[in-house]
Ligand binder design. Structure first.
Ligand SMILES: O=C(O)CCC(=O)C(=O)O
Length: 262
């Protein structure tokens, strides 16, 4: 019998996986400089914090800027999704979440797949998100927080917080379109040991499952918590483009497999 890859085994059990020290600090500085230029240029897909001029997120950057187009092909990001999902992947979504010091607002409890299915028509949760930590993540700067093992629960009960036809911003704002019901959260999270907020240095990479319940608190830190999050979807799990309700910067219609570069 072939022994399963320990990374894949642990990911399948818990619903997430952290790789430390993946990108060097000079690579991280370069990514941050490219983000600053990208924001200054002005692009579609940028969202601000509520009633504020502080940027919350930038979406679809890999469609508009060759630096980010190239980043998604990096073997340190794309190899694990290919191995764990068992074949070629393409990028369904690319985003930068800024979580600026003191101003970066919360993300309520949710499951990502609900958005990809209901808004973009993705058939099954055969995708993996890879988050590059661009700053050290601490308990103070609003770390991504997960309910370990909750990815085995399939789709959980959600409460609709906006009109059904609300614009794409309702799917990435401080009040999310589909938030997990409180009762469901109490049911699936029996004790606090199931909560897990990976704290790691800038340059680490976190992989997480489309069905894992997660959230993050507002920042109370004096430092930013920027993250690039790339969602790789299996090329045999593509949505029908006719069913994709959001703009292309939220759900890619180009299903070409990523050519991994080492
Ligand atoms: O950046 C965060 O803190 C949360 C991000 C998140 O939950 C998401 O993008 O689905």
């Amino acid at each position: 019998m072939i022994n399963p890859n320990p990374d894949t085994q642990s990911y399948n059990e818990v619903g997430l996986l952290v790789h430390n020290d993946v990108f060097s600090l000079s690579e991280i500085e370069h990514i941050k400089q490219m983000i600053d230029s990208y924001v200054q240029e002005g692009h579609n897909g940028i969202i601000f914090e509520r009633d504020s001029e502080v940027i919350r997120g930038a979406h679809g950057c890999h469609l508009y800027d060759p630096f980010f187009t190239d980043l998604v092909t990096d073997h340190r990001l794309a190899t694990f999704p290919v191995n764990a999902l068992g074949g070629d992947v393409y990028v369904h979504q690319f985003k930068i979440n800024f979580k600026f010091a003191l101003d970066g607002a919360r993300w309520p409890w949710h499951q990502d797949f609900v958005y990809w299915q209901r808004e973009d028509g993705m058939p099954a949760p055969r995708a993996i998100s890879a988050a590059i930590f661009l700053d050290d993540v601490t308990e103070f700067n609003g770390p991504l927080t997960f309910i370990r093992g909750s990815h085995v629960n399939a789709e959980l009960n959600q409460t609709l917080q906006h009109d059904e036809d609300a614009c794409w911003r309702s799917t990435v704002g401080e009040i999310l379109k589909y938030e997990l019901d409180r009762d469901v959260l109490k049911e699936i999270c029996e004790d606090h040991d199931m909560l897990f907020a990976p704290k790691a240095k800038a340059g680490s990479v976190l992989f997480f499952h489309p069905l894992i319940a997660h959230s993050s608190a507002s920042s109370i830190s004096f430092g930013d918590r920027k993250m690039v999050i790339i969602t790789y979807n299996r090329t045999n799990n593509t949505p029908n483009p006719k069913n994709m309700k959001r703009p292309e910067f939220m759900g890619n219609k180009n299903f070409t497999a990523v050519k991994i570069k080492s």
